[in-house]
Design a protein around this ligand. Structure first.
Ligand SMILES: [Zn+2]
Length: 427
């Protein structure tokens, strides 16, 4: 063999090795041939009782069969993945995340928005995608890039094209805020400081919503209030909802005050985020208007932790006491509750904490799991694709050590992650 031929062959082998490494890290390991998943039990996303001894058969990117081990017909040439001691369930959904933010404990929100270059923020965000996926979250709603333009649309494409591993992403691009109601704020009045969201008012909102959709927004995020109270009028919020809905896009509204929540619910948004100022009356209004509640309890705890609060040791800070009371009222009202953490304000990959807090605040563990699977999927418009284990659904599946319906802490013990039929973490 000539030296040249040997060199070409060696380079070819190196290229193939590099390619297969890439396939492992950015695209996972393809799940063909058909794959039989054998956990100790299966939580299907709907039934509160796990099915002991059941198995799930996956072919390409879909779930094809699901049932007791002896009833599922296994095609010739299938491979089996043994997941002893685990519970298999649909991949988790975080309905409130910020891929372009990292923990405020590391860098303040203002410095991230005003000082960090866009490329730095995007590089970090590719790590966030991976951390969230490995924590069992196979779908995220990104609720605003906070000064990073439409970068969430690019991140979504990078995942879809297999360039980086990550959850499926629904992108809101820039949040919409009323003029001079957002941040960074507090500068000399003659200065125009770049904002972490897009300002618009009145009739101009119609154009802004259409412009965002044209630039790739899967949904619209609006701030219905700020720390000083409600911002947009009901008419303005209605205009946003009407324009978004006519293009088949839902609206998620940030609202922490009763007035902001009432206006957003009256205008017909799809979800209300945070809602710690909510009471029984406003949650009943939301239930009646079919507006879901996304409580983001983890961010309240995290912001307190950054100021020295030690959960389980110190008395609960006022905002958490308020959020606990609101959550109790929400449970009583019958409003739909979906899992959403506001991850980004705190470290990516840590958002399993939201399920623990929902349980601590009075929700049954199986209900918290449903809020992070079937109920979230339906609420964010993906109910026919993910959030449930049944034939025909996308193979977004995770395995947790133990039984999360008995002890929700199992949500932090992720042993297996499959998204769209591709294994990213496994035995
Ligand atoms: Zn947020």
């Amino acid at each position: 063999m000539s030296r040249l031929v040997r060199m070409i062959l060696t380079l070819g082998l190196l290229g193939w090795l590099a390619g297969s490494c890439l396939a492992q890290t950015s695209k996972g390991t393809a799940a063909s041939p058909p794959t039989l998943l054998k956990p100790a039990r299966v939580f299907d996303g709907v039934n509160p009782e796990p099915h002991a001894g059941w198995v799930v058969l996956v072919s390409a990117n879909k779930i094809v069969e699901f049932g007791p081990a002896n009833s599922v017909k296994i095609p010739d040439g299938s491979r089996t993945i043994e997941l002893p001691g685990t519970t298999l369930l649909p991949g988790l959904i975080d309905s409130h995340s910020h891929l372009l933010l990292h923990s405020y404990e590391e860098t303040s929100w203002e410095d991230q928005v005003l000082i960090e270059p866009l490329a730095l923020r995007v590089c970090r965000a590719t790590n966030h995608l991976k951390l969230d996926l490995m924590a069992g979250f196979t779908t995220l709603r990104d609720l605003g890039t906070e000064g990073a333009g439409q970068a969430d649309v690019g991140l979504k494409l990078a995942v879809e094209q297999g360039i980086v591993p990550g959850p499926r992403v629904l992108a809101a691009t820039r949040a919409i805020v009323a003029t001079k109601t957002y941040a960074p704020a507090g500068f000399a009045p003659e200065l125009d400081i770049p904002q972490g969201a897009e300002e618009a008012d009145g009739e101009a909102l119609r154009k802004v919503v259409r412009d965002q959709i044209g630039r790739g927004a899967d949904l619209i995020k609006v701030y219905a209030d700020n720390a000083r109270g409600a911002t947009f009028s009901v008419e303005e919020l209605k205009l946003i909802v009407e324009t978004a809905n006519s293009a088949n896009r839902p609206v998620a509204a940030h609202a922490t005050t009763k007035e902001g929540m009432t206006r957003a619910a009256t205008a017909g948004v799809s979800t209300i985020e945070h809602g710690e100022g909510g009471d029984l009356e406003v949650f009943r209004l939301m239930a009646e208007k079919k507006v879901a509640f996304c409580p983001t309890l983890t961010v309240f705890e995290a912001l307190a932790r950054f100021k020295g609060y030690r959960p389980g040791i110190d008395p609960e800070p006022a905002r958490l006491v308020q959020a606990r009371a609101a959550f109790k009222a929400a449970l009583e009202s019958g409003v739909t509750i979906i899992n959403g953490s506001d991850v980004g304000a705190f470290a990516h990959g840590e958002q399993g904490r939201e399920l623990e807090l929902m349980v601590d605040f009075g929700m049954k563990a199986a209900e918290a799991l449903k809020a992070a699977t079937s109920i979230a999927a339906k609420t964010i418009g993906l109910g026919d694709q993910v959030g449930m284990i049944k034939p025909g659904m996308k193979a977004d599946l995770i395995a947790l050590e133990g039984d999360p319906t008995a002890d929700i802490k199992a949500v932090r013990k992720v042993k297996f992650v499959m998204k769209d039929g591709v294994v990213y973490l496994g035995p």
